[in-house]
Ligand binder design. Structure first.
Ligand SMILES: [Ca+2]
Ligand SMILES: [Ca+2]
Ligand SMILES: [Ca+2]
Ligand SMILES: [Ca+2]
Length: 681
């Protein structure tokens, strides 16, 4: 080989190697939609025995959407597309770039671990994993555009302001910093004012608190079409994670014209319904449904006119036999003072009367979901992954997760992988805690500084009428001792926002200042706007809240890859675990077959059964020509098997010659078929 050939060969080998390893790792860079497509193709071609690339469609913008199937052929006697499978969805919102990287990392781990890692080998041999790393490529591509504008919509052109022009007025990078941020301009008609504690943040004025707005706030840009509105019709149209057919918001433009109106959602739903073997859906999205069990929130009223239960009707001054519109019930409820100062809404009434879409996790499914939640929280703690739990976002209306749980009828879990970290409170060693209080004598308590007691009260979210002075008096008079007081405090309901009324974005700003100085928040800077006059441009940079800085992704991706593989290993299954044959004489045999779910999840969810999208298990007994069924039925149905080895049996009495055989089978689309041949003996 001459030197030039050597160099060329070396380069080619290097290139091949970098392609095989799936290009650049997540911590270094997020991949563009094109790079994701390349990575998927190279993963599939590097592992032809167990990986198959399945293109499922194209986005509105013409970008490829693909699923990588990871499954060993033929093991377990079932075709990969008809044995229990998990579907892993990623980046349906388009802003969750870390989800795409996590899905690719999962593919790599499964493909590389096959043959060396026992748990992965077993999973790939007997189960099937479908991974869709990028479900909203149009929106995801926006991350790589300059100027950068955070976008969650696909490329469907929509006339947002109904002026017969489409996508005519998007944002403009006026200060040429490559980012679309915000404009604020002083205006007596404005509804915004700077937050008193953190004037860089803008808040809506609350007239009830005597606040008056002094600013108008816009997305950075011009009124390109001169219609008086700014950036009212940018490129892009539909938010895919609102376009699925459950609890769909028909009156929201961003949700699409009708459920599954979009190329991407249609491709995905088509894939799901044509792969009836999918028994578990796992998602990487902005939702964390493991920590936040709230489902789609509250139902929109669906029925036109309803009757009100007698007791409530009487209370509201309505006739129990008459039908009312939801609006009439809402008005009556509010007039009755039943809300105790809280406004009663249509959603509340709909929820109470049980009309509209199902929005709560079925009670029977709860224990399983809570067990996963507990495992997850324990694992997070053990991995020392600090996650701001209370910020976890629940399932959205019309979302993929809502559709898959409520209608497709399988267990669904979504994790968001990363969120802006909650600022750590400086632990003050001298600070008084409820724990310390418990061990104190009354004398020790009375020797305490009042400020310390007040700090503890604030920390515990005590009502404002509780003060140090009051507690000291109570202890002095012997009404209460410190131990009792500590117990009382622990039982006290926590007031939300007890630590003063902090702007909801204040913690994000604190974090951005520390982690990304000058790069997370653009300081408000004066700018001469052609039509708005003297304005300031500034605000949070795009993607700050959803895309973690490089270097913060590796640990959480590795953790969640393992957690999701753990969940996939819990997939339900269907086995004929035992058969018994008993001779009753006169060529009569009693047959008993035991059907077992070896998996941890039940064979179907209660919600799936309620929605009628969970198939029962069909058991068949196939007799030979010279045999006859004496008792029992040739086809039996088992509604479902619970998790963790639940077993049900079916019995028959068969008349047949000794030594002949029958075939017993059990089948359900989600779990495939199991069968066994039994000899009459
Ligand atoms: Ca328009
Ligand atoms: Ca800019
Ligand atoms: Ca305009
Ligand atoms: Ca317009």
């Amino acid at each position: 080989m001459n030197r030039r050939a050597q160099v060329v060969f070396g380069l080619a080998a290097l290139l091949a190697l970098s392609t095989l390893s799936g290009a650049v790792s997540a911590s270094e860079k997020y991949r563009t939609p094109d790079e994701v497509a390349v990575a998927l193709r190279s993963l599939a071609s590097a592992h032809p025995q167990i990986a198959k690339l399945i293109p499922i469609g194209k986005s509105q913008g013409g970008l490829e959407i693909a699923v990588l199937r990871v499954a060993a052929q033929g093991k377990g006697g079932l075709d990969p597309d008809s044995r229990p499978a998990a579907f892993v969805a990623a980046n349906i919102e388009g802003t969750h770039l870390i989800g795409t990287e996590a899905a690719l990392a999962l593919c790599e781990k499964l493909l590389k671990g096959y043959g060396s890692d026992k748990a992965i080998t077993e999973l790939v041999d007997f189960r099937t994993v479908y991974v869709a790393p990028l479900l909203n490529p149009d929106a995801a591509g926006a991350f790589f555009n300059r100027p950068q504008f955070e976008r969650t919509t696909n490329a469907r052109p929509v006339d947002e302001d109904l002026d017969m022009l489409v996508d005519e007025d998007g944002p403009d990078d006026l200060n040429k910093d490559g980012l679309i941020t915000q404009i604020r301009v002083k205006d007596p008609e404005g509804k915004w004012l700077p937050d008193p504690k953190e004037p860089r943040l803008m808040k809506m004025a609350d007239p009830q608190k005597g606040e008056r707005g002094i600013y108008k706030v816009y997305t950075e840009g011009l009124d390109n079409d001169g219609d008086g509105e700014y950036n009212e019709d940018p490129a892009g149209g539909v938010e895919l994670n609102r376009n699925f057919p459950h609890d769909y918001e028909h009156n929201v433009k961003a949700a699409g014209l009708y459920p599954v109106s979009e190329a991407e959602t249609l491709a995905l739903v088509d894939f799901l319904v044509n792969h009836r073997n999918i028994a578990l859906v796992l998602s990487y999205s902005n939702e964390n449904t493991i920590l936040n069990l709230q489902q789609t929130g509250q139902a929109k009223a669906a029925a036109d006119r309803v009757k009100v239960p007698r007791m409530i009707a009487t209370f509201l001054g309505l006739e129990p036999d008459q039908e009312y519109t939801i609006k009439e019930i809402v008005d009556a409820a509010n007039a009755s003072g039943m809300g105790g100062g809280m406004e009663i809404t249509e959603d509340m009434v709909a929820m109470f009367l049980g009309i509209g879409a199902a929005v709560q996790i079925d009670r029977q499914d709860m224990p399983g979901i809570e067990a996963v939640q507990k495992d997850y929280k324990d694992a997070l703690k053990e991995a020392k992954l600090d996650y701001p739990e209370k910020r976890a976002k629940g399932v959205g209306k019309g979302s993929l997760a809502a559709y898959c749980y409520f209608q497709y009828g399988v267990p669904v879990f979504s994790v968001d992988l990363w969120a802006v970290p909650e600022p750590k409170k400086e632990p003050d060693k001298d600070a008084l805690t409820a724990e310390k209080l418990k061990t104190m004598s009354s004398e020790e308590f009375l020797a305490l500084d009042e400020d310390k007691i007040n700090a503890l009260l604030k920390e515990q979210g005590a009502p404002p009428n509780f003060s140090a002075g009051m507690l000291i008096k109570m202890v002095k008079s012997g009404q209460v001792d410190p131990k009792k007081m500590a117990e009382m405090m622990e039982k006290m309901p926590k007031r939300p926002g007890a630590d003063g009324e902090e702007h909801p974005d204040a913690y994000i700003l604190k974090w951005a200042d520390a982690a990304l100085p000058k790069k997370g928040f653009i300081e408000w800077t004066p700018f001469r706007h052609p039509t708005l006059g003297d304005v300031e441009i500034g605000g949070f940079v795009p993607y700050l809240k959803t895309v973690p800085p490089p270097g913060e992704t590796e640990k959480t991706i590795a953790f969640h890859t393992d957690f999701y593989i753990g969940l996939m290993r819990k997939l339900p299954g269907l086995e004929i675990s035992k058969t018994e044959v008993k001779s009753l004489g006169s060529e009569l045999y009693q047959l008993t077959a035991y059907f077992t779910n070896p998996g941890w999840f039940p064979t179907s969810t209660a919600q799936g059964r309620r929605a009628r999208t969970a198939w029962p298990i069909t058991v068949r007994l196939k007799l030979g020509n010279e045999q006859a069924l004496f008792s029992g039925r040739p086809i039996e149905s088992i509604p479902y098997l619970d998790g963790s080895g639940d077993t049900k049996k079916v019995e028959w009495t068969v008349k047949g010659k000794k030594g002949t055989s029958v075939v017993i089978s059990a089948a359900t689309p989600r779990l495939g078929t199991a069968s066994v041949t039994v000899v009459l003996d």
